[in-house]
Design a protein around this ligand. Structure first.
Ligand code: 5AD
Ligand code: SF4
Length: 484
């Protein structure tokens, strides 16, 4: 939404009338109501109240956290990175068991902080909260939590906060699913020059190991007009790179009344003047179309990178995972991509130790990794998620066997990624400068089209700009360079 639209919405709301029924007006009404209460508290304490969003998990959650912070800042909170904030929100992930354990661990630590700051409020939201057993556990053992909501009602934060401020008890609001996509709410962007943009929500694929379809619901695509409008507003506000986000972007548009493919959407996004780079994730191999490869080939803005999760190289395991493709199909796709888009950077996700995985199956995965030559691969030890079909499968692989395979896979991947990185040493590349280097403030860090990083000496004034950099030296997974 443009600032003007926003101001109009905001000014038109009268908080002395009953709450509007339609969105997003209803949420602007509650933001305004909360703002009044927060101003009273600010007067009482003689200081501004702070808020902090802690994100666990994927880019989708990172984007949701920006929306949450946007709402909180409109209410009058000042955002901080510190967990000593007055309002702290954990945006949780549940894709693997250890993500859940991390949240419980950190809640213990927040309990102590809350004892010291009586104004502190704690909110939990995101994927983990869509699991009924988690919510029961929080209600029982973590009574000091103030707000609990899920993935389908992120937009309702102001309304729920208002409820909490008026009742002295935990507010819990979890929806099983939704068809609702609420547009035009504020978002507080982490970066001024790049932004994630949701193009769809949910997933219909039901890979047998994965909990995402249960916690994020069925696939819903956003209207292309709303997506384009959002990107245009972002570009007008200084954004040069967008990351289009969805669990399976290749099935974008399938549930819309007016049919549109992901490749067609990309072509529309490409037309936006002032936008320099387009990224997207995640692509499912079963839906990757020739049309998309063709659009990427001719595009001047789509980055030279595809994240294409393979999960396993064994047809038997792929079938048990319900991935709906074979090793051969995947390798054919990779060949097509490499032929059409020279030097395309390929990255992937791989699960080790899926139930029933034998040494032979694992060797198929190693073989595939070598054949593709990934630039990077994210490797995960299979984690049993209650409620998914794989949790009930027999032949769970013993921990020591999984650990051994995991280490061997990692070694293979590291060798290949290193070779890939060295291949670009000595070349000039266009990079988007993202920030001051964490290691040395005389350096800035830029990102190549293929997603790798380069550190080079320059002034921080270059942040957000695209510049040409010579890659002097490959350092494993990044480069040291100089501006051309
Ligand atoms: N165990 C391990 N890894 C998983 N992923 C999804 N579910 C599980 C699970 N139960 C991985 C997949 C997916 C990535 C986001 O997380 O590789 O692509
Ligand atoms: Fe999970 Fe598979 Fe959907 Fe990805 S495509 S979110 S792995 S069910």
């Amino acid at each position: 939404m443009t600032d003007q639209n926003f101001l109009q919405q905001w000014n038109e709301i009268n908080i002395n009338e009953p709450a509007p029924e339609t969105e997003p007006s209803r949420q602007y009404y509650f933001m305004k109501k909360c703002k009044v209460l927060l101003e009273e508290k600010t007067q009482e304490l003689g200081r501004k109240l702070t808020c902090c969003a802690v994100t666990f998990g994927c880019q989708m959650n990172a984007k949701d956290s920006e929306k949450l912070l946007g709402i909180l800042e409109n209410i009058g909170f000042v955002a901080t990175e510190s967990e000593d904030a007055d309002f702290i929100i954990y945006n949780t992930c549940t894709v693997r068991e250890n993500a859940n354990l991390k949240v419980y661990g950190r809640l213990g630590y927040l309990k102590n902080k809350k004892k010291k700051n009586p104004n502190m409020m704690i909110a939990l939201c995101g994927c983990m909260m869509q699991e009924p057993e988690v919510v029961s556990k929080i209600k029982e053992s973590y009574r000091f939590v103030d707000l609990v909501f899920g993935t389908h009602n992120i937009y309702k934060l102001a309304e729920l906060l208002y409820q909490r401020l008026n009742e002295n008890k935990m507010v819990v609001d979890i929806l099983d699913g939704t068809d609702n996509i609420v547009e035009d709410l504020p978002a507080e962007r982490k970066y001024s020059f790049k932004a994630g943009v949701n193009i769809m929500f949910g997933c219909n694929n039901f890979c047998t190991y994965c909990i995402v379809p249960y916690v994020r619901g069925r696939e819903r695509s956003r209207n292309p007009k709303d997506i384009i409008r959002e990107i245009e507003a972002l570009v007008a506000d200084g954004v040069v790179e967008v990351m289009l986000l969805g669990q399976n972007v290749n099935s974008y548009g399938k549930n819309l009344e007016e049919k549109i493919t992901f490749a067609q959407l990309l072509q529309e996004v490409e037309k936006i003047e002032g936008l320099e780079r387009i990224r997207f994730m995640t692509s499912h191999p079963k839906d990757l179309s020739d049309e998309l490869i063709e659009v990427m080939k001719h595009s001047k803005k789509i980055c030279n990178h595809m994240h294409l999760p393979v999960q396993s190289g064994s047809d038997r395991i792929l079938n048990r995972m319900n991935r709906k493709y074979t090793k051969e199909h995947y390798l054919n796709l990779v060949n097509k991509l490499k032929e059409s888009i020279p030097n395309i950077s390929l990255t992937t996700d791989i699960i080790v130790g899926f139930p029933g995985e034998t040494e032979e199956d694992f060797l198929e995965t190693l073989d595939l990794v070598e054949k593709v030559g990934y630039d990077t691969a994210y490797t995960f030890i299979y984690s049993k998620r209650t409620g998914t079909p794989a949790a009930k499968m027999e032949n769970q692989v013993p921990e020591d066997v999984v650990k051994d395979r995991f280490d061997r896979l990692l070694k293979t991947i590291q060798t290949i990624s290193k070779e890939k990185t060295y291949a670009y040493e000595g070349t000039d590349q266009l990079v988007l400068v993202e920030g001051v280097s964490e290691h040395d403030s005389a350096y800035v860090t830029g990102r190549l089209s293929n997603n790798l990083l380069v550190h080079f000496k320059a002034d921080s004034e270059l942040i957000g700009k695209l510049v040409n950099v010579h890659l002097d030296e490959a350092k494993g997974f990044y480069y040291i360079g100089h501006q051309c």
